[in-house]
Each structure stands twice: as structure tokens, then as C-alpha cells.
Write a protein that binds this ligand. Sequence first.
Ligand SMILES: [Zn+2]
Length: 222
Amino acid sequence: MSLIYPRACEACEALLYKHEEMICNSCLMGLPKGNFHKHKNNIVLQILGGRVPVASAASLYVFEKGGKVQRLLHAIKYEGKQSLAIMLGKLLGNELKEVDGFCNADLIIPVPLHVNKLNKRGFNQSEVFSKGLSEALNIAVDANNLFRQTETSTQTRKRKYERWENVKNVFELKNKNALKNKHIVLVDDVITTGATIEAAWQALKEVDGIKLSLATIAFAEK
Ligand SMILES: [Zn+2]
């Protein structure tokens, strides 16, 4: 098949060798890693500081405008490359296998899309990424309990307070008791201001004894 349809790297578009899958080895080695889980006071925890009590935070990559990580995210989100999202989830999961705050968590919960958006796109990229993470860490995914109840409008031009107004009460839980005393890993595709995580926390904090860690495909400086 590869003679008829040569496969290209999703990050740099170079042709792949037989043993390479979706991302060429050179990109795999060179893509900018987040590595936040290796640092106790990392930038993601600083951004969320005081707003959301996150125990541990991890991002696979650091996003740069026009860079390879942006290309990967684009391929997942707009070209429907779900297997790429699974592969990235496994990559991060393998890095977190022996990291406290992740390997001992009870449940992985992807940040949900609103049902209208889900129907339009056909899948939730955070949920697909979660599947790869789940396989590597051997932790179950729960993609049903947390749901997005209102659709948020585009947030790019909004000021911080308006942005906050825009996301509060966005998420709800179907069954609080199911998460009681559980350590969950909340998964999103990209974290920037933390507004989405903060909004999700408004729903999750109603659960007694819940502990939260955070995993994303990428971190993007605003
Ligand atoms: Zn490449």
C-alpha cells in the first residue's frame, strides 16, 4: 500500500520509513516536550494557582504558533486523525507510568464537548487522547459523568472577567457519588489560561474528597 499511497509525517510532512508510524523519528525526538510533571512548581500549576487545587499537571508538548505541535493538533481536530490522538495519549501515558499523581489515579475524565459540537465534529479529541493515556496507564476513562451543559461562544476576544462569566456553570456532573474520594486525571487538548479547567472544577468541587490531576496534549502560552 505504501508504494501507492506514501505515508507522510503528520508534523513535518516528510515521507515515513516503513517502521515509522504517523510521526517521523526525527520529529518524535525534536518536538518540544512539556515535561511539567518533572517539576513541582511548573507553569501550569502556577497559572491555575489559587483557582484550582491541582495535585499534578502534565502536558506532552509545548505549543508554538505555526510549529509542528500546532500541525499535529490541526490534524487531529480538523482532519479527524483519531489514531494520532491515541498515539500521543500513549506517549504521554508512557512518560507518566511511574509518576506519582498519575499512575496511582482512579479515573481519567476528558473535558467534554457540548453535544452540538460533538455531533458536528464526530468525536471529542480530548476523549480520544484519553484512550491512549488510559491504555498506557491502565486507568479507566469515564467520558459520561461530566458533561457540558451550555455552549460557550468564542473566547479569544473576551476580557478575563467576561471570559470567566462565559465559562462558569458550563459543566455539570450526572453522578457526584461515583466520584467520591476518587483521584481523577482531567484531560484537555490544550491548556492556555486554564479557564476551561476552572469551569470544570466548578462542577467537580461539589464532590466530597475528590483529588484532581491534569493532563493535556499541549500547553500554549497566551
Ligand atoms: Zn516529521
